[in-house]
Design a protein around this ligand. Structure first.
Ligand code: B12
Ligand code: SF4
Length: 497
C-alpha cells in the first residue's frame, strides 16, 4: 500500500515492527499506529510475518527433543557448559541477525521517502536496528527508536551510537507520539519531550508514568497479517504496572510502561473489546497485563460484564497469587471467571521453596500457590506457570522443593515455562548485587551487557551433584507436564504466553 498523506496534511510515517510474533499483533505498535492516524498522519507498517519471516511458536506440546534441548540449555555440569554456551551464542546470533527480508522491505518502503522511520524494539533487536539505521542514514530519513526498556538511561546510552539515529524514546507515547514525530521532522530539539536520549548523549528528564490510560487510543491492528495468525486473538491491557511492585528480580516493573500501577475503567476496557471484536470478527482475547488481579475490582468488573458486551467471549490473562485477603482469585471468583469466558490463567510460581520466595520478596506462599492451582484446575482453567532456577543463594534443597511441588501438581498444570535466572539491570536485586557483592558468596557478575540491560554471572551454587540431581527431577516433571496437550477448552490460546 503506498504511503499517501491524508488530505495532503500530516506526516508520512513508516513503522517497522521488530517483534515477529506469530499469533497476535503487537499492542504497542497498534497504539502508536492509531495515535498517529488519529492525528491525521499517514502510516505504513512493515510486519516481518507478513513478509514470510518465520516466527517461532512460543510453547507447544513438547517432544523428547525439547526435553534434551532444555537439559543441555540448563546444564550446570562443567564439561557440558562449554557446549551449552557455544550453542546458546550460536542460537542468539542466528535469531538476532537482521533478517534480509525485513531489511529489503524497509529499503523498498524508504524509496517512497517517508518523513520519518519509527522502530519499536526489544533489546535483542540491536543488530536489526543497526542495519535499518544504516539504511535510514543513507536516505537521510530521521529515525526514532522506542521500546519498553529504553527508559533505563544506561541502556539508552549503550544504543545511542547506532548510525542514522535521531533519538531514542523511553516513554509511553500514546498521547504525544504525533508531536514527537512532528518535532523530529522539523529538526526541533527532542529533549523537550521526557524520556529522550540523543545520539550526542543528552538525555531529557525521565518520563512520568502515563496516568490517563482511558485517553489512550484504541489500538489500530488493521495492518497486521491476520490471515497468517493461526487463530484471531486480540491483545489488550486493562492496566499497566503491578500493584505489588516488589519482586526484586522483576524488570517488568521498571520498564517504560510497567512503572507504578494504573488501571483503566471497566467501561473503557469493554468498549475496546467490543470494537476490536467487531473489527476483527473475533471473540478471543489475551490480556497482556502484568498482573490482571492487581485491582480485584477491575477483574471483577470485567468478569461481571464481559459476556453481556461480547456474547461468547473467551479470554486469558496473567495473575499474581498474592497474600491479600482479597486478591480476586478465590475459588468462587475463579469459577465466575470461567463462566465469563476465562480459559487460561498464567502466574509466576518461580519456586517451590518458601525460603526463596521470601528472598525474592515474591509476596506468595507455597501453600497459597498450591491451593490456587488446584482451584483453578477444578473450576476448568488451563493453568500455566513460570519458574526459574539459579536465583542467587538457591541450594539443592530449594530445587528439590521445586521438584516436589511440580510432582505434587502434575495433573493440575498444563504448561510450565522453566528458565535460567537472568540478572537484569535496574532491578532491585541487580542493584543489591552490584552494591554489595560479598552478601552473595556463590554468585559473581562476570560481564556487564549494557545493550541488553543485563549482566552475565557465574553461580557456583549449582555446581554439586546434589543440585544436578534436583534439577533432573525438576526437568523431568517439566517435561511430564509440557508433553501433554493442553486442556481442550483452552486450545485456541496454546502457545500464546
Ligand atoms: C505482553 C508481553 C509479551 C507478550 C506479547 C509480546 C508482543 N510482541 O506483543 C509475549 C508473551 C508473547 C511476549 C514475548 C516475549 N517477550 Co515480552 N513482554 C510483554 C510485556 C508483559 C508487555 C508488553 C506490552 O504490550 N506492553 C504494553 C505497551 C503499551 O507498552 P510498551 O511495549 O512498553 O510500549 C510503550 C512504550 O515503550 C513506547 N514505545 C514502544 N515502542 C515504541 C516505538 C517508538 C518509535 C516510540 C517513540 C515509543 C515506543 O510507547 C508504547 C506505548 O505506550 C512486557 C513487560 C513490560 N513491562 O513491558 C514484556 C517484555 C516486553 N518482553 C520481553 C521479552 C524479553 C520477551 C521475549 C523475548 C521473551 C522470550 N525469551 O521469549 C518474547 C519475545 C516476543 C517477540 N519479540 O516476538 C522483555 C523485553 C526486554 C528487552 N530485552 O527489551 C519485556 C520488557 C519483559 C522484561 N521485563 O524482560 N512478551
Ligand atoms: S508480581 Fe509479577 S509483575 Fe509484580 S513485581 Fe512480582 S514478578 Fe513483577
Amino acid at each position: 500500500m503506498p504511503l499517501v498523506s491524508v488530505n495532503g496534511g500530516g506526516r508520512r510515517v513508516l513503522i517497522v515492527d521488530l517483534n515477529n510474533f506469530s499469533t497476535f499483533p503487537t499492542l504497542a505498535v497498534g497504539i502508536i499506529v492509531a495515535a498517529l492516524r488519529n492525528s491525521g498522519n499517514a502510516v505504513k507498517l512493515i510486519s516481518p510475518l507478513a513478509n514470510d519471516v518465520p516466527a517461532a511458536e512460543r510453547e507447544h506440546a513438547e517432544t523428547i527433543v525439547d526435553h534434551y534441548q532444555r537439559r543441555l540449555h540448563l546444564s550446570t555440569l562443567a564439561p557440558a557448559r562449554g557446549i551449552r554456551d557455544a550453542a546458546r551464542s550460536l542460537r542468539s546470533w542466528w535469531r538476532e541477525r537482521p533478517h534480509p527480508r525485513v531489511v529489503a522491505e524497509t529499503v523498498l518502503a524508504l524509496e517512497e521517502q517517508p518523513d520519518v522511520l519509527l522502530l519499536s524494539a526489544y533489546l535483542q533487536h540491536f543488530p536489526t536496528v543497526q542495519a535499518l539505521g544504516r539504511v535510514a542514514a543513507r536516505r537521510g530519513i530521521p529515525l526514532i527508536l522506542g521500546g519498553p526498556m529504553f527508559n533505563l538511561p544506561n541502556t539508552a546510552s549503550a544504543w545511542r551510537a547506532i548510525p542514522g539515529l535521531t533519538a531514542i524514546v523511553g516513554a509511553e507515547v500514546d498521547l504525544n507520539i504525533s508531536e514527537i514525530v512532528e518535532a523530529a521532522c522539523n529538526g526541533d530539539d527532542l529533549t523537550a519531550f521526557p524520556g529522550v536520549t540523543l545520539p550526542n548523549g543528552m538525555q531529557s528528564k525521565a518520563a512520568p508514568p502515563l496516568r490517563a490510560l482511558d485517553l489512550t487510543p484504541l489500538p489500530d491492528f488493521t495492518d497486521f497479517p491476520w490471515d497468517r495468525y493461526r487463530m484471531h486473538v486480540i491483545p489488550l491491557m486493562a492496566s499497566r504496572g503491578c500493584q505489588w511492585n516488589k519482586c526484586n528480580f522483576c524488570s517488568d516493573i521498571i520498564s517504560a510502561s510497567g512503572r507504578t500501577y494504573r488501571n483503566r475503567s471497566v467501561e473503557s476496557v469493554l468498549h475496546e473489546m467490543r470494537e476490536q471484536s467487531r473489527r476483527h470478527r473475533s471473540k478471543d482475547f489475551i490480556f497482556l497485563d502484568l498482573k490482571l488481579n492487581s485491582n480485584p475490582n477491575l477483574l471483577r468488573g470485567i468478569v461481571e460484564n464481559v459476556q453481556s458486551n461480547i456474547r461468547g467471549a473467551q479470554w486469558i490473562g496473567t495473575v499474581h497469587v498474592d497474600e491479600r485477603a482479597d486478591n480476586g482469585l478465590s475459588r468462587r471468583e475463579l469459577k465466575l471467571a470461567v463462566a465469563a469466558g476465562m480459559r487460561r490463567i498464567s502466574f509466576g510460581l518461580e519456586s517451590g521453596s518458601q525460603r526463596l520466595l521470601d528472598a525474592m520478596s515474591k509476596g506468595s506462599t507455597v501453600e497459597g500457590n498450591s491451593e490456587f492451582i488446584r482451584n483453578a484446575f477444578d473450576v476448568g482453567l488451563s493453568v500455566r506457570c513460570t519458574m526459574f532456577k539459579g536465583y542467587p543463594g538457591e541450594t539443592a534443597a530449594d530445587l528439590e522443593l521445586s521438584a516436589d511441588f511440580l510432582e505434587r501438581h502434575l495433573p493440575y498444570i498444563d504448561r510450565v515455562r522453566f528458565n535460567d535466572f537472568t540478572l537484569l539491570d535496574g532491578t532491585e536485586l541487580s542493584d543489591q548485587i552490584h552494591a554489595n557483592p560479598e552478601a552473595f558468596p556463590n554468585f559473581s557478575v562476570s560481564q556487564a551487557r549494557p545493550r541488553r540491560a543485563q549482566s552475565l554471572y557465574v553461580n557456583r551454587g549449582g555446581n554439586g551433584a546434589a543440585y544436578r540431581h534436583a534439577k533432573s527431577r525438576v526437568l523431568r516433571a517439566v517435561f511430564e507436564i509440557n508433553r501433554r496437550k493442553i486442556r481442550s477448552s483452552a486450545r485456541v490460546f496454546d502457545g500464546l504466553m
